[in-house]
Design a protein around this ligand. Structure first.
Ligand code: ADP
Ligand code: MG
Length: 636
């Protein structure tokens, strides 16, 4: 047992959150009620779940409900639930700290610009502390189900809070808000009711308020000694689609996802067959700050026959769709299903497959839509979650084709880094005689766009996909073809342009190769330690040289990415390709004394051009200066 009375400081991030919350969310102040009701509902869900194993927890007070009350004289609003409640330790942990990994990094990103930060805060989830938008003091009186002891938590939302032992007749939690000056308009049945129907109508439990009736004699409303339920109090997902408004879908989303913004799209279905379940799945409008955090919570809540079983049911959605939020309510799973069972169950696998297909169809609908609004939505989706979806190409063999169709790329056809081209678009406008899909990978969009490897493709007007996401190298290693056309890196292997090269070009290349034979041999000798081979290029038109990886070697870009991530990359030497038509290369033919130096220069600049790092930068600069000097003197 802890001390009777304690005053504790909030975690630094909580202080920051409180400050921001009060200042930037004021124009949205009503949401505090949604958040408190949402917590009350979660607390009841948790209790119902615990009671599956220990029926006594629920027995003395079996009807779960949430109550909203106000006291005009005391200027308070109270939100009560008879849910699971909190122990002293839980109160300290839950209402004094933010237990989410990445929180500190998240707060470090806040700019101090309130309008901008308000958006970020929304993404982070506003939660309990939003009460301080309207309250100058909050008291939480709570008693854990199964325990006799109650706790009182109090805070003015500044630096600290106090904790005391207390008495409370039944289990559950009362959150009492003492309103700030000027918030008295909230002290009205009508006002509170309308906030509840707007934001919390979808809550599964009854939300009750004291009934009010017009008293003709007194000529005013009087409060009766009787409750009335002010929301629909049915599980939203069990209702028929036609009976649910867009707004109700959105509010429900905010409840399950703890998001502040409306979702981008959703799908709601009753699935029948071997497994019977309801799925209500949402795609958020914005990626959460911790999308790449391995520890982060997933967004699916699992219910079994309306009973909440667990949050964060990651088995129900593949990794690459981890951004999806929502509810799955199964008719068939046992109520005592645990995470371990979920992992192995074939029924769960069937549900996951069904849900994956649904989400992919939802995305296909957006992607394939003719309407501007849909296109815009898909573009937005792609910007937020495209990189995650790309993981699916390697992760989900069954749906690989469908995922491939959903991918979008930047290409040499446009000047911007916007990723708008699908593989189908690309294939649809392939040149006559072209039978491959070409791509280049680099660390940045600019490096990809200006890669020397693209020169011949530019000249021939062949479109090339520009890949600069980290995940792209991995993706193309799994996506070797689309629609029967191989995906080929322009910086790998012996570029075979096939029919894209005409007879005269072929002849010209062969003669150039013949003429440059001795030169190639000499350079090969000079660079023996650095290259696997030297050969005449047919990729280049303007640059003197470029590096390529051998067909089955790792690309230079991937090797650099791995090294940057602290992983081992196999040491494979690149191939140097030279452009025999380039004046620097022709000039090399007549060089004697400095031949080796100049060969190294060719190699080094090719390495730089593809984003590589020089092993000996000072040596490079020295050679470069010598060459410049030699040229200036020669020019005199
Ligand atoms: P979130 O709901 O996203 O977890 P909140 O800030 O809304 O974050 O709430 C923080 C935590 O406080 C909850 O996760 C829960 O553990 C606890 N909590 C808040 N309200 C209640 C309540 N009425 N009953 C029990 N626990 C609660
Ligand atoms: Mg909450």
């Amino acid at each position: 047992m802890g001390a009777q009375h304690e005053t504790l400081a909030f975690q630094a991030e909580v202080k920051q959150l409180l400050h921001l919350m009060i200042h930037s969310l004021y124009s949205n102040k009503e949401i505090f009620l949604r958040e408190l009701i949402s917590n009350a509902s979660d607390a009841c869900d948790k209790l119902r779940f615990e009671a599956l194993h220990d029926g006594a927890l629920l027995a003395d007070d079996p009807d779960l409900r949430i109550r909203v009350a106000y006291d005009k004289a005391a200027r308070t609003i109270t939100v009560s639930d008879n849910g699971v409640g909190m122990s002293r330790e839980e109160v300290v942990a839950n209402l004094g700290t933010i237990a989410r990994s990445g929180t500190r990094e998240f707060f470090a990103k806040l700019s101090g610009d309130q309008a901008k930060d308000a958006n970020l805060i929304g993404q982070f989830g506003v939660g309990f502390y939003s009460g301080f938008i309207v309250a100058r003091k909050i008291t939480v009186l709570t008693r854990r189900a199964g325990s006799e002891a109650a706790v009182r938590w109090e805070s003015a939302g500044e630096g600290e809070f106090s904790i005391d032992a207390a008495e409370k007749p039944g289990r559950g939690t009362d959150v009492i808000l003492e309103l700030r000056e000027g918030e008295d308009d909230l002290l009205s049945t009508w006002r509170l009711k309308s906030i509840i129907t707007k934001y919390s109508d979808h809550i599964t439990l009854p939300i009750v308020m004291r009934k009010e009736e017009w008293d003709k004699d007194k000529n005013e409303y009087v409060t009766k000694d009787e409750d009335e339920t002010v929301n629909q109090a049915t599980a939203l997902w069990t209702r028929s689609k036609n009976d649910i408004s867009e707004e109700q879908y959105h509010e429900f989303y905010k409840h399950v996802s703890h998001d502040f913004e409306a979702p981008l799209a959703y799908t709601h279905n009753r699935v029948e067959g071997r497994q019977e379940y309801i799925q209500l799945l949402y795609v958020p409008a914005r990626a959460p700050f911790d999308l790449y955090d391995r520890e982060r919570k997933h967004g699916i809540k699992l219910y079994v026959r309306r009973v909440f079983i667990m949050d964060d049911a990651e088995q129900l959605m593949p990794q690459y769709l981890r951004f999806v939020k929502g509810v799955i309510d199964s008719n068939d799973l046992p109520l005592n299903v645990s995470r371990e069972i979920l992992q192995e169950s074939r029924d769960v696998k069937a549900i996951r497959e069904g849900c994956t297909k649904r989400v992919l169809s939802l995305l296909e609908d957006l992607a394939g839509g003719d309407e501007e609004a849909q296109k815009e939505k898909y573009a937005k989706f792609w910007k937020e979650f495209g990189r995650v979806l790309k993981e699916g190409v390697g992760e989900d063999f069954t749906n690989k084709e469908r995922i491939a169709k959903l991918l979008r790329f930047a290409t040499t056809r446009a000047d911007t880094d916007e990723e708008t081209v699908s593989l189908a678009d690309y294939v649809g406008r392939m040149k006559e005689g072209q039978d491959k899909i070409y791509y280049v990978t680099a660390e940045t969009f600019l490096a990809a766009k200006n890669s020397p490897h693209l020169e011949v493709f530019r000249k021939k007007g062949i479109e090339v996909l520009l890949l600069s996401d980290r995940v792209d190298e991995w993706m193309v290693s799994h996506l070797t073809e689309f629609d029967g056309k191989a995906l080929v890196s322009v910086a790998k292997g012996d570029l075979d342009l096939g029919k894209l090269e005409d007879e005269t070009e072929k002849k010209e290349r062969e003669s150039a190769e013949g003429e440059a034979k001795d030169l190639v041999e000499k350079i090969r000798k000079a660079l023996d330690a650095r290259v696997k081979d030297v050969r005449v290029t047919h990729r280049l038109t303007d640059s003197p040289a470029c590096l390529v990886a051998d067909e089955h070697d790792m690309s230079g870009n991937l090797a650099r990415l791995l090294k940057a991530a602290g992983q081992k990359a196999p040491e494979s030497k690149p191939i140097l390709e030279i452009n025999p038509r380039h004046p620097l290369v022709t000039r090399l033919k007549y060089e004697e004394a400095k031949f080796d130096d100049w060969s190294h220069l060719l190699f080094d600049q090719a390495l730089l051009a593809e984003g590589g790092q020089l092993e000996d930068p000072a040596g490079f600069v020295k050679r470069m200066n010598e060459m410049l000097l030699a040229m200036t003197l020669a020019g005199k």
